[in-house]
Design a protein around this ligand. Structure first.
Ligand code: 5AD
Ligand code: SF4
Length: 344
């Protein structure tokens, strides 16, 4: 089959084989048609509304050493911080004032955030009426269970790559099996589960990316965050080639074609690579933006990769700019919670 026929098949049936996905990934001339098909599928299944999720980066301390990430434990150049419980709750209150319906509590794997401490934070935030998304890495089943009982609704944990050998090469001392275990635990506990990959890691094959997209479907993911890998000069992968936006955008658009009704953010890493990357993403399958409401020094110190877009904005300035841009492209900001499936 040629690419046009495969795009039509994906748009109509939302099913492609690994080889068919690979064919499309290899054909650069199909990019624009894939973006447009993903935009139509997004419109048909999840509409024009854009859901905003307020992001709080509550700790940049991490015990892990992912080779691609600026927050890795062995990077001595990071100014480390850990917010107090009160600071986190105060930011969640601001999220409400700014009009957001969801907060995302994101952090490195920081052992100081014990089960008890996270439960206490969640119990303080829950009465504010926000949906709560957690993104704090790999934990025990019992932790995920306790967080859920304390009010967490959603959890983000990227698989990063389904190529086990590559995963274990870039995530020393971590195991691919444990990551899968975490994702399955989260699903079984009733979280809305977000996963995703880094696009453009050195040695990552297009075939493995085709497998990644099929993995999202198998898992029954509710949200998928795709980011271009951006080399960080303070990490072992500093000499990797400078990325461009299109490959990540293409993986995102293909993901929309195969998982038509999931929530897909236009990621900050995409905006970092191209001035209008976020808007281009929203017009190629994405329906979510995660505005960062972390303030002051912390906002600059949560540096996974260099040049992070919006690091110098204030949360309010960012929200106003974003709302204006969304209005311009005919995409209203949602006033709802933006669940994957309507809750009854
Ligand atoms: N470039 C882009 N994304 C990165 N992440 C970590 N390091 C980088 C980088 N250099 C992503 C990982 C992780 C998420 C929180 O940030 O995919 O899951
Ligand atoms: Fe830690 Fe996440 Fe960075 Fe890995 S990617 S070093 S787990 S913050």
């Amino acid at each position: 089959m040629d690419s046009q026929a495969l795009i039509l098949k994906a748009e109509q049936t939302h099913c492609l084989t690994e080889d068919e996905l690979l064919h499309l990934l290899q054909d650069d001339s199909a990019d624009e048609a894939i973006f447009q098909a993903a935009d139509r599928v997004r419109q048909k299944y999840v509409g024009n509304e854009v859901h905003l999720r307020a992001l709080i980066e509550f700790t940049n301390i991490c015990k892990n050493n992912c080779l691609y990430c600026g927050l890795r434990a062995q990077n001595p150049c990071v100014h480390r911080y850990r917010m107090s419980e009160d600071d986190i709750v105060a930011l969640a209150q601001k999220a409400v004032q700014y009009g957001y319906k969801t907060v995302v509590l994101q952090g490195g794997e920081d052992p100081a955030f014990t089960t008890e401490k996270m439960v206490s934070v969640l119990q303080k935030i829950k009465p504010l009426g926000l949906a709560i998304t957690l993104s704090l890495g790999e934990r025990l089943y019992e932790d995920y269970q306790a967080f859920k009982a304390a009010g967490a609704d959603r959890y983000l944990l990227r698989i990063e790559t389904t190529d086990k050998a590559l995963y274990e090469k870039y995530n020393p001392a971590m195991s691919f099996e444990n990551r899968l275990r975490c994702l399955r635990d989260l699903k079984s506990l009733g979280y809305e589960v977000g996963t995703g990959i880094l696009v453009g890691l050195p040695e990552q094959s297009l075939r493995s990316i085709a497998k990644d997209i099929l993995f999202f479907k198998d898992l029954g993911a509710d949200m998928i965050g795709l980011g271009p890998f951006i080399p960080n000069p303070q990490t072992p992968l500093k000499d990797a080639p400078q990325p461009v936006l299109e490959p990540a955008l293409k993986v995102m658009a293909l993901t929309r074609l195969l998982l038509p009704d999931v929530n897909i953010p236009a990621t900050t890493a995409m905006e970092t690579l191209a001035p209008n990357g976020r808007i281009k993403a929203l017009q190629s399958g994405a329906n979510v933006v995660m505005p960062n409401i972390t303030e002051g020094e912390e906002r600059q110190n949560y540096a996974l990769y260099p040049g992070k877009a919006g690091a110098l904005d204030t949360p309010l300035a960012f929200r106003d700019k974003l709302t204006a841009k969304l209005t311009e492209i005919g995409r209203p900001v949602s006033t709802g919670y933006g669940w994957h499936k309507i809750k009854h």
